[in-house]
Write a protein that binds this ligand. Structure first.
Ligand code: UDX
Length: 431
């Protein structure tokens, strides 16, 4: 099939490349000419394991192309995916749909023949209806459907190829068959194909992300209780997660959740509900609890260091919002590092995805390219993300001194084993 992806962010680029890989003719379009230039020379503008190789493979096979000419991209395709950003509006919890509506107007302007328009971006209930209103002048040319994307950064290619479910929301039954054909290579391998109304699909995406955020927040709050009551949170996660009604995934205690989706979509869902005069009190308290967690875990550093942070050498391992991504959006490390600097610490950070422009120039903050340079001489090592290379560190060998401490926010180590080696070790939800 001939597909056009508007927007080459995580969703648009990964889906476009993967659709090409299952045999479709895909053109990815973006107004950012630099991005398109990079992509045309085979370089992915985002960090996603395996993506560069797939871009090159499908580009060479001439199934995949990149352009900033939206007119040509639209007119060479039968199906158009809207994959532009839907950020939170500045100073509000509302969803900013201006990019979605802007590209809808472009579709209207340039389309000369029949098209299916699919929202893959996360959009509030009723956005499909608004898109239809914009398109009403050429109404007969378009069918608007919703097909939300559930991929996780760092696992995006796998998530595209083996989705738990493919959700298609349409008010016209005949489009389900076209979508069935498009996704046949995935459903043939066992992925579930789920059809619903367009509004239903729009809401499923927000509901899923808000529920996962709730699960994480629940276990994070229980971790606080475990710390006070002498219980190990890992046992609680396992004991609860083994109940198939609950499930063990997204039940790992750690820092506040971050990233481009959970913080944005929880707020977005509350604002959608507000519009319908519905009070989503659980999601509201998840947002608040997650905010408090950033502060709670950050302030704990003062406790661990007996309020002596000034001039202490503190190493932060991993600064992105989770492992296997270079994404800093809503990462709790932003709060953590600015607190440490404010308290006068000398901070080094190491992240396998490289240095970060999000940290302003500061003489007390340096990026270290290697784990050993980052750890040497540290008074405190803070593990903020769960990259594989942080999972079996020989701390004593790397720090090269005796009286250092380790604050493991991801519970990567066994406290008993580290204490046996006389390492002062602190984690979350455990003694
Ligand atoms: C998420 C959704 O999983 C995906 O379906 C959606 O389309 C986009 O948002 P992503 O933002 O890439 O994907 O990250 P994810 O792996 O879901 O993690 C989100 C946050 O939750 C991270 O900060 C992560 O560290 C945290 N998390 C996750 C936990 O703290 N504990 C867990 O058990 C799982």
């Amino acid at each position: 099939m001939k597909l056009c992806m508007i927007g080459t962010g995580y969703v648009g680029l990964v889906s476009g490349v993967c659709f090409a890989d299952i045999g479709n003719q895909v053109v990815c379009v973006d107004k950012d000419k630099n991005k398109i230039e990079k992509l045309n020379s085979g370089i992915s503008p985002i960090y996603e394991p395996g993506l560069d190789e797939l871009i090159q493979k499908n580009f060479t096979a001439k199934r995949l192309s990149f352009t900033s000419n939206i007119d040509r991209a639209i007119n060479s395709s039968d199906i158009i995916f809207i994959c532009v950003g839907t950020p939170t509006k500045k100073g509000s919890i509302k969803v900013d749909l201006s990019f979605v509506y802007k590209c809808t107007k472009e579709i209207l302007k340039y389309s000369k023949r029949k098209k299916i328009i699919i929202t893959k971006s996360t959009v509030p209930v009723g956005t499909g209806d608004e898109i239809e209103k914009i398109l009403k002048k050429k109404k007969k040319l378009f069918t608007v459907i919703s097909n939300p994307e559930f991929l996780r950064e760092g696992e995006a290619i796998r998530d595209f190829r083996y989705p738990d479910r493919i959700v298609i929301g349409s008010n016209e039954k005949k489009t389900f068959n076209i979508m069935r054909k498009l996704y046949a290579p995935l459903t043939n391998k066992g992925s579930k194909f789920f059809t619903t109304s367009r509004r239903g699909a729009e809401l499923i995406k927000y509901a899923s992300n808000a529920f996962l955020a709730t699960k994480i927040t629940f276990i994070n709050e229980l971790a606080n209780l475990c710390e006070k009551s002498g219980v190990n949170i890992e046992d609680i996660s396992l004991g609860m997660g083994s109940d198939s009604r609950i499930g063990g995934r997204f039940l790992r205690a750690g820092p506040a959740y971050g990233g481009s989706c959970f913080p944005k979509d929880t707020k977005g869902l509350v604002s959608i509900a507000d519009k319908f005069k519905i009070n989503l009190s659980i999601v509201k308290s998840v947002i608040k609890s997650n905010y408090n967690r950033k502060i709670l875990l950050t302030k704990r550093v003062s406790k661990i260091m007996n309020n002596k942070i000034r001039n202490k050498k503190i190493t932060v391992l991993g600064v992105t919002f989770k492992a296997n991504t270079d994404d800093m959006r809503e990462s709790s490390s932003l709060v953590l590092i600015s607190y440490l600097l404010k308290k006068g610490a000398i901070v080094k950070y190491h992240d396998p995805s490289g240095p970060k422009k999000e940290f302003k120039m500061n003489k007390n903050l340096t990026f270290e390219r290697t784990l050993s340079n980052a750890c040497i001489g540290a008074d405190l090592i803070i593990i903020n993300t769960e990259w594989d290379e942080f999972k079996s560190i020989d701390f004593k060998k790397l720090v090269k001194k005796n009286n250092f401490k380790v604050y493991d926010m991801r519970n990567l180590y066994n406290p008993t084993e580290l204490r046996k080696r006389n390492i002062k070790y602190y984690s979350v939800g455990r003694q």
